[in-house]
Each structure stands twice: as C-alpha cells, then as structure tokens.
Design a protein around this ligand. Sequence first.
Ligand code: NAD
Ligand code: TYD
Length: 360
Amino acid sequence: MTTYLVTGGAGFIGSNYILYMFHKYSDQIRIINVDALTYAGNLENLKSVEDLPNYTFIRADITDKEAITKIFEDNEIDQVIHFAAESHVDRSIRNPEVFVKTNVLGTAVMLNCARAAWERADGSYPAGKRFHHVSTDEVYGSLPDDGVSYFYETTPYAPHSPYSASKASSDMLVRAYIDTYHFPANITNTSNNYGPYQFPEKLIPLMINNALHGKPLPVYGDGRNIRDWLYVDDHAKGIDMVGLYGKLGETYNIGGHNERRNIEIVTTIIDTLLELLPDSDPRKKNVSRDLITYVEDRKGHDRRYAIAPDKAKRELGWEPDTTFEVGIKKTIKWYLENEEWFSHVTSGDYQKYYEEMYHT
Ligand code: NAD
Ligand code: TYD
C-alpha cells in the first residue's frame, strides 16, 4: 500500500485530488493530509472521506520543521504531493511576505524533511519514494497575445507577481535538490484550474457568487487577458499519471489548450446561469450582463498564459477528459447545488468546522 503525504489537502486542488485518489484507489492507498487551515483551507471539502480508516488529517504548518519531521518519523511516507501554498496573486501584491514564507521556506522544509527521512547513507533512495511539487505556469511569465506562442518545460522562468516569483523560487529549490542530492522528485507546472470547492476570491467562483447575489462583476483592465483553463479533475489525473508513468527528475506541463479571455469567461457564466436557473428560482432575477463592471487593472497583470502539454501527452499519455464547455457547466451546476458550501465560505462559518469536527 502506498502512503501519500498530501500538503494543502484542504485547499481547492488538494481536496479535489484527495477525492479523486480515493475514488480511483479506494482502500489501496493511505493519505495523510497536512494543512495549516489558513483562510483557504476548508475541511468541509473532505466530509465524504473524513471517516475513512485510510485517511488522516493533521493540522500543521509546513514551515514548522519540528512538526513536519515528526510526521515523517511517525509514518512511513512513500510519496509527498506538495500543494500547500499561498495561491492568490492579488493577495501576494498586497502582502508578499507570507508568500515567501509558505511557498519558499515551506517547500525547503518539506524537501529537507523528506530527504532526511528517505536518503540512505550511500546517497541513494529506496524505490517508490517520490516528492511531487505542484506548481504553476505563471513562473514562465506572460506570453504575447498571438495565439501561437506557448509555455514549454524549457521556457526560461520570468515571473512577474510576488506569487509567481515565490513559486518560481520553490521550483528552483526542487530542481536544486534533484541536481545536488539526486533527490527523487517531479515538478508539474499547470494552468488555471477551475471546478468545485474553489475559494470565491478566484475569478470563476467569485463571478458566480456575485452574479447570484446581483453584485457587480469586477473585470480587471480591458478584460481581454487570456488564461488557459483546466478542469481540476484533469489536473488530479495528471499528477497521478506522473507518479505512474513519469521519469524522476522531470518537469511536466499540464494544460488542456482551453484559452479564454476573461470577459468571455464572465459572459459564459452569466449565460449559463440564466440557462440553468429555473424561472421559479429567486436568484435568477439578479443575474444580468449589466452587472459587468470594468475596474482598475491588476498591477503587473500578465497578458496571456498558454501551456504546451506535448511532453505530458507523449511521455505520460495524459490528455484532459473535460472540455471547457462541459467543465464550466458542471462547475456552475455544482455551485448552484451547493449553496450551503458557498454561504459557509462567504460568512466565514467554514472555519468553525474544524473546531466542531475535531473538538478543539
Ligand atoms: P488554495 O489556496 O485553494 O489551497 C492552499 C492550501 O494550502 C489551503 O488548504 C491552505 O490552508 C494550505 N496552506 C497554506 N499555507 C500553509 C502552510 N504554511 N502550511 C500548511 N498548509 C498551508 O490553493 P490551490 O488553488 O488549491 O493551489 C494548490 C497548489 O497548486 C498551489 O501550490 C498552487 O501554487 C498550485 N497551482 C494552483 C493553480 C490554480 O489555478 N488554483 C494552478 C496551478 C498551480
Ligand atoms: P485569478 O482567478 O485570480 O487567477 P490568476 O491570477 O492566477 O490567473 O484571475 C484570473 C484572471 O481573471 C486574471 O487575469 C485576473 C482576472 N480577474 C478579474 O478580472 N476580476 C477578478 O475579480 C478576479 C479575481 C480576477
């Protein structure tokens, strides 16, 4: 049985990954979820697996070396899947320091503890040990709006925001461990994810939530910035496939050629909400294109991101299963059917769940 140490498993992608892995492997795997439960961590996302005997939650900060060392001492960890990070560009512009602490120092602590637990006296590592560092395409900087240039694994790093700079630094640390200690690691750089359980400060859930409440839909700048959207389950599948078929030491770009301008995303959300909501639903009268409000642009706003996923397709056989048209409808439907989740997150009630659940 493989034991996975998942960091940041209470966040958006981490929780979807844990649900994906239990759905696929059931009792054939063990997952230990380590999360500090910042504002972005929500254990309600994992209600359906919290009582499984092969699932354990540990509240710990990845910058806390003692706590992380103890987890490695108490458990025979086979694979680390490292999601934990500060992840929101706008927050990083307002307060960069916590991004450096969690994303850079936290990754260093995770690498160090894994190496201390796994490395043999002769510098080799037992088969089956692997550290998977989850990163972003934002480390590559911004592409021109030409529709033909893409981010490859060999594209030089050129981060612009404090968030992407901190992720680039963490990627470089992982590369240094691979080169210096022959450390068994992989990196994946992935495009913008969307799907259930995403905190409503990111574009898609924020626009859905605001539209349902008749609040303005704040579009930054001219709204023509391009992001390459990936349904979160396809990301989870990609991470799993790197573990199954990837070569240690390699980086893989995971993205599904789903480029959209922000304004297209916003109008698609409005149109889909109007299509899905029955006339009898009181929320329907709030939803309108008139809510679109152009606001001041984000500082240093990257124009276009677009991943070339050729290597993942060629070497792993990875391809996304969900097109944007199907994925966005599924996502909006999920938010409509899970209004309670939304209201707990927006009211802050989700943070009480830990105390109630774990009686602290
Ligand atoms: P998220 O903000 O939703 O979740 C982050 C999780 O990490 C939360 O549960 C939070 O409590 C936890 N965390 C934060 N600081 C911590 C600390 N010091 N110690 C322990 N836990 C801590 O983020 P997400 O969108 O799920 O992103 C997960 C990872 O994927 C990140 O590394 C991010 O850089 C990367 N990524 C995200 C996207 C995206 O579109 N969201 C795209 C590519 C890559
Ligand atoms: P976001 O979801 O914050 O992801 P990222 O910055 O990591 O790409 O933003 C996606 C795009 O949407 C980005 O170009 C900024 C834009 N955006 C808005 O126009 N309005 C908003 O309220 C938000 C949150 C984002």
